[in-house]
Design a protein around this ligand. Structure first.
Ligand code: MG
Length: 202
């Protein structure tokens, strides 16, 4: 499986990192070894002094597809959750300065935490509140209706380049409020009031 991630998909977040808003979605991948599920902890890697949390709505792909038209995109995912796109911000800034790819700052082991999935049957994925608490305090909150590129566009655009396969995950971008995590932090991710992700930082 692969993990497809969208960058700069909320205007306020793009602005907080001084990034321009692009005409097309910004896409990058994380390898399968980035995935952490269940209640496993997140370990801060030795190579970074500034790992940031990015809470994101995550889609689970349920059908193989390539060049999917926007109007059919909803048929290709059956469940959503929240995930954390952990980012070694110090390393990413160095790489960006040199115009090099971000991969190692975004795709390192454990950098894709994913919560429990809920079926999309009972909800409207285009208008979902989601949030991140750290040690009980809300640090990030967003609604999927605020995406610059909506879910149907993300699925259509990504599938021009990458065939989507069952079990692939799509991280759809983070709202404003990103910041560093530190050892012993407890991170909780919510859709609405439902806690779907909980992990400790080590
Ligand atoms: Mg992100």
């Amino acid at each position: 499986m692969k993990i497809i991630c969208i960058g700069r998909n909320y205007a306020a977040h793009a602005a907080e990192l001084n990034n321009p808003v692009n005409e097309d979605p910004v896409i990058f991948l994380k390898p399968e070894t980035a995935l952490i599920t269940g209640r496993l902890p997140f370990f801060i890697p030795d190579f970074s002094q500034d790992v940031h949390h990015e809470i994101e709505l995550v889609l689970r792909i349920c059908k193989t597809g390539k060049r999917i038209e926007e109007r059919f995109a909803h048929k290709y995912f059956d469940a959503v959750t929240v995930g954390i796109d952990f980012t070694a911000r110090d390393l990413q800034l160095e790489l960006k300065k040199k115009s090099l790819p971000w991969e190692i700052s975004k795709g390192f082991d454990g950098s894709a935490a994913v919560g429990s999935f809920v079926s999309v049957n009972d909800l409207n994925p285009e208008s979902l509140d989601f949030s991140l608490n750290i040690n009980g305090i809300t640090k990030q909150a967003g609604n999927s209706s605020m995406m610059i590129f909506p879910i149907r566009k993300i699925i259509s655009y990504a599938s021009e380049f990458f065939t989507l396969k069952i079990g692939d995950l799509i991280f759809t971008g983070t709202p404003a409020g990103v910041g560093p995590v530190k050892r012993n932090d407890v991170l909780e991710g919510f859709i609405g009031n439902q806690c779907l992700l909980k992990l400790k930082v080590k």
